[in-house]
Design a protein around this ligand. Structure first.
Ligand SMILES: Nc1ncnc2c1ncn2[C@@H]1O[C@H](COP(=O)(O)OP(=O)(O)OP(=O)(O)O)[C@@H](O)[C@H]1O
Length: 276
């Protein structure tokens, strides 16, 4: 297990010793977003602690992607403010963007670059010296099992390979906070295990990962802190054990929190299956 502190001065977790409390990785204040009549995010307040593996969970249409888009500076809120590592996302976007990495939903990449070229380009955008970019790119490609495909064009990558090169691009500048929207969707178990290993190593050094998912087992096994969203509101947030409470699993707690526990499988589908 790597040391909890590193050269960037990050501290990890809350184990032992006298340590100053790190500022929240993300602080959200009164955040609203409406699309026409549809309220996607209904005035949420949330403080996400630093140095943790955070899961943002919620049913389809809960407002997760809209929230992450506003938090990462991709979508302007109608109202409210967001701070990342103490910096206002909309007042100080350059400072914030230098501290975050993002793997968005519906990832768009430069398709006509090879994986290696894509990382070289991202390194230049991030202002890294060429040699440092090369070194980091080589290591990321190796760890993510992309070294053999590094000269292939991104357009020819599979879904899992695209997620992995997107993750490499998001990690290249060693961000303080990494935002991932459904990072495991469409990813096979081997690649998922690889991604998981990289993320665990990254959070162990004191960095923060915020990721959205519908897969409760995954969230339960990876995250130590969760926020549950439904209907544009935060229904619960806190350490995993607190949110789970007395429920046998996060899945049960989640269904109860979003009010789906008693939803029938569909008496109205009495025509479905059998007796053709
Ligand atoms: N660009 C848009 N225009 C109109 N409505 C939108 C837009 N983006 C999101 N919405 C609506 O806002 C609500 C929240 O959507 P959002 O994509 O944030 O949910 P989500 O929790 O990420 O869902 P999923 O898990 O299905 O991806 C939904 O009702 C959605 O239809």
């Amino acid at each position: 297990m790597p040391d909890q502190g590193d050269a960037t001065g990050r501290t990890g977790g809350s184990t032992g010793g006298v340590r100053s409390t790190p500022p929240a990785a993300v602080r959200i204040e009164g955040l609203w977003k409406r699309f026409g009549e549809q309220v996607a995010v209904a005035g949420i307040d949330l403080e996400i602690p630093a140095g943790r593996f955070i899961g943002l969970v919620g049913p389809n249409g809960a407002g997760k992607t809209t929230t992450l888009s506003m938090v990462t500076g991709l979508l302007r809120p109608d109202m409210g403010r967001v701070f990342v590592a103490g910096h206002d996302v909309w007042a100080d976007p350059v400072e914030v963007k230098s501290r975050i990495g993002v793997l968005p939903e519906g990832l768009r990449l430069f398709e006509r670059l090879s994986g290696r070229e894509l990382l070289g380009y991202m390194g230049r955008l991030r202002g890294l010296p060429g040699e440092e970019t090369d070194k980091r790119a080589t290591q990321l490609l190796e760890v993510l099992d992309l070294a053999g495909s590094q000269h292939k064009l991104v357009v020819d990558y599979s879904t899992g390979m695209r997620k992995k090169i997107g993750l490499a691009a998001a990690l290249l500048h060693n961000p303080e906070v990494l935002f991932l929207d459904e990072p495991f969707e469409g990813v096979d178990p081997v690649s998922a295990q690889t991604i998981r290993g990289v993320l665990e190593r990254y959070t162990a050094s004191g960095a923060t990962v915020v990721f959205s998912s519908h897969v409760m087992e995954l969230v339960e096994s990876l995250c130590d802190w969760v926020a549950v969203m439904a209907g544009g509101h935060i229904r619960a947030a806190g350490p995993l054990a607190d949110v789970r409470g007395d429920a046998p699993s996060l899945q049960n707690a989640f269904l109860e929190l979003v009010g789906a526990q008693d939803r029938a499988a569909g008496d109205s589908l009495d025509w479905l299956g059998g007796g053709r």
